[in-house]
Design a protein around this ligand. Structure first.
Ligand SMILES: C[S@@+](CC[C@H](N)C(=O)[O-])C[C@H]1O[C@@H](n2cnc3c(N)ncnc32)[C@H](O)[C@@H]1O
Length: 429
């Protein structure tokens, strides 16, 4: 496989993500050019695409300064993707200039829109160096599109937004949730115990790690484990996971000893829950249904609504999100989130507990939903979270007694996703 095809694969991945709005994971699994690569070529193509997306806003700025004759945004999109692949190598991965430029210029021939732009691509990339992004001294949030920068500044403030952007520059660490005996597994795997049930590792091939085949643990960001930890004090009877796939929280509920019913609207995604249950040798009843309509005669002791959301708390894992989600995409979530929470309440036993959570820092999808629910349901109240329920996350407990895991994080060495969660109960008497 020639090195040129490595660059072509990276361009192909950018086309899928930026022009066809696929997630990077979808692009990686579906792209033929990428999937024809093996070994280190495959790793390099992935690293180029990932680096380009992580710093895309800044890469666009630096390229726009060096394109002459025509405004950068007016170039054919394939020319821009080839330029971004070149810039990511030179400025982010520090690939030697000669190799990066010549291989990238050659790969332009593989794309109809860029075929005749070799001269321009060569001229622009030759002006870049390993310090080109740093030299412009751009604020870190300039890795995102402009509208998105403003959205996050308005919601969480400039300083916190800056920290989220900084966290996005690096791939996140690997967190595992242990089914049982967390400290023993942490030692076995050479990881750090973290939060209530997690083990933090710097990375690794999970399928080759000890305990994978026997299902002793599963991959899950430490912040994503906290919503179920809030249900640890509920009666260990029946639990309902209303938006279950791919199943991280279903597994946690089963490991805690609940008799679990797991619902997801997507039958395809629900199969992932079933596969995860099979590998970890645990059980749950899995039902493909719209959870806003599904009903059951017997209410549940614990109900979890891990609602579909803008997922802007997982930018470290999905740095493409701001580039592929439109404002309309983001606007559609509060309606479904509120309907799910409202219906969840009707499925919760009188002395049961209900946890609402989302992996986004946007108030309109988190605190606003809970506030509206409590205003319209005066027979419900919060059961505020206590520090010992969320070890390592004391500072993430909000003034209302909810949890919002924003930076600066107490969890060391790599932070965590930004998650919001609130625990609700019916008022007694
Ligand atoms: C944030 S993900 C859940 C992640 C999961 N709880 C976990 O920990 O692995 C949201 C899920 O909600 C599902 N979903 C969206 N709308 C739904 C609905 N009306 N009823 C049931 N599931 C729904 C989506 O298919 C998606 O799998």
């Amino acid at each position: 496989m020639s090195t040129q095809n490595t660059r072509s694969a990276a361009v192909s991945l950018l086309i899928r993500v930026l022009d066809h709005r696929q997630t990077l994971d979808e692009a990686l699994s579906q792209d033929e050019r990428f999937n024809a690569l093996e070994g280190s070529d495959r790793g390099f193509a992935r690293a180029i695409a990932s680096a380009a997306i992580r710093q895309l806003g800044q890469i666009h700025t630096v390229l726009a300064r060096h394109v002459k004759g025509r405004p950068y945004p007016q170039l054919d999109s394939e020319v821009r993707h080839v330029l971004c692949v070149g810039a990511a190598q030179i400025c982010c991965l520090k690939t030697p200039l000669h190799a990066a430029v010549s291989e990238t210029v050659d790969c332009a021939r593989d794309f109809d829109g860029a075929r005749r732009a070799g001269g321009l691509i060569n001229a622009v990339l030759r002006k870049l160096g390993p310090d080109s992004l740093d030299d412009l001294q751009m604020p870190t949030i300039s890795v995102w599109p402009r509208k998105f920068q403003q959205l996050l500044i308005d919601e969480i403030g400039a300083e916190t937004a800056g920290r989220l952007a900084t966290a996005q520059l690096e791939a996140p660490p690997l967190d595992l949730t242990a089914k049982a005996e967390r400290n023993t597994w942490a030692e076995e795997l050479g990881g750090e115990p973290l939060g209530p049930h997690s083990i933090r590792l710097s990375g690794g091939n999970v399928e080759e790690m000890q305990g994978y085949d026997e299902g002793a643990w599963w991959v899950q960001d430490v912040a994503a484990t906290l919503p179920v930890a809030l249900l640890a004090t509920a009666e260990k009877g029946r639990a309902l996971d209303m938006c279950a796939a791919p199943g991280g929280k279903t597994l946690q509920l089963a490991a805690l000893g609940f008799d679990v019913t797991a619902i997801d609207r997507s039958a395809k995604r629900l199969r992932l829950v079933e596969q995860n249950l099979q590998r970890t040798r645990m059980k749950a009843e899995c039902i493909a249904a719209d959870a806003t309509k599904w009903t059951n005669e017997t209410p549940f002791d614990a109900v979890l609504v891990d609602a579909p959301c803008s997922s802007l708390g997982t930018l470290r894992r999905h740095p493409e999100s701001p580039w592929i989600k439109s404002p309309d995409d983001l606007a559609r979530f509060p309606d479904i989130q509120f309907r799910l929470l409202q219906h969840a309440a009707s499925l919760t036993a009188d002395n049961g507990q209900l946890v609402y959570c989302v992996c986004t820092p946007l108030g309109r999808e988190s605190l606003d939903i809970v506030s509206k629910f409590l205003a319209e349901n005066p027979d419900w109240q919060r059961k505020p979270v206590a520090a010992d329920e969320v070890p390592g996350f004391k500072k993430s407990i909000t003034e209302h007694g909810d949890v919002l895991t924003l930076p600066p994080w107490e969890t060391h060495n790599g932070g965590c996703d930004a998650f919001f969660m609130a625990r609700l109960v019916k008022k007694s008497g």
